[in-house]
Design a protein around this ligand. Structure first.
Ligand code: B4P
Length: 222
């Protein structure tokens, strides 16, 4: 009788450990499935100079765990390091003109190959011309995922001018700001129309407080 009891207890314990193992296997498989199904979040944030692209992109990077790629920041670093590229673009940027498309496209394709872009990325300040927008699609196709969402921060010229004069970066002089705003209307508006026609443009009111713009972005990304 005692032996029977011992046997029953042993069988029960074995059954429990099998169930536990099955449960752990199931949980691990579910987590793995979730990881493989979750597609990388690929975003563009577009808007005029001082629209708040950098401000919002830095927060999105942290909140969504994706890479933040600012062409402006990369170029400013090249200038600060006096690299060959930096020397080439220094004057162009100081005038508030746009850097040549081939330079920017080369820079973006290289940057997107870095492993921190695997979970997704936000492109801040790129594309700025129709040529850059049209050339991005094949770059993304070569990476194996052409899905992208475009957030447009809408801000009036007067507000952008006011913000940039308040920021006071080296390229934030009254004359340069006027040129950058004009370039935005002449060049970047064509990239915006291209995304509008592709049906992937999401308009966000960029003229609210930084927190309210962030909340609106979170809502549209859900
Ligand atoms: P960028 O570095 O892209 O900078 P930006 O357009 O001047 O500013 P951004 O929109 O990021 O504004 P921020 O958040 O800082 O470009 C600089 C230059 O690089 C270009 O002129 C060009 O020469 C070159 N370049 C870059 N990319 C290129 C490309 N693809 N092709 C060719 N050339 C390229 O905000 C501005 C200020 O407003 C800050 O002080 C911020 O605190 C404030 N602010 C932000 N949001 C606000 C809000 N909601 N309310 C009140 N203030 C706000």
């Amino acid at each position: 009788m005692k032996l029977l009891n011992l046997l029953a207890i042993a069988c029960f314990a074995l059954l429990l450990s099998c169930q536990q193992a099955d449960h752990e296997k199931g949980t691990a498989e579910a987590a793995k499935a979730e990881m493989t199904v979750k597609a990388p979040l690929q975003l563009i944030i577009i808007g005029g100079p001082g629209a708040g692209k950098g401000t919002q992109a830095r927060r999105i990077k942290d909140a969504y765990g994706i890479a933040h790629i600012s062409t402006g920041a990369i170029l400013r670093q090249e200038v600060a390091d006096s690299t060959e590229l930096g020397m080439k673009v220094q004057e162009v940027m100081a005038r508030g003109d746009l850097v040549a498309d081939d330079i920017i496209l080369n820079l973006i394709e290289k940057r997107l190959k870095q492993p921190d872009c695997d979970p997704g990325f936000i492109l801040d300040g790129f594309p700025r011309t129709l040529e850059q927008a049209q050339s991005l699609a094949p770059i993304l196709q070569r990476r194996g995922n052409a899905n992208i969402k475009v957030l447009l921060l809408e801000v009036s010229d007067e507000e952008m001018e006011k913000r940039l004069l308040g920021r006071g970066r080296a390229d934030d002089t009254a004359e340069t700001i006027k040129n950058r705003i004009a370039k935005f209307h002449r060049e970047t508006s064509q990239a915006i129309n291209y995304y509008q026609q592709s049906g992937i443009l999401i308009r966000v009111n960029g003229e609210q407080s930084i927190e309210d713009v962030a909340a609106e972005i979170d809502t549209v990304l859900k």
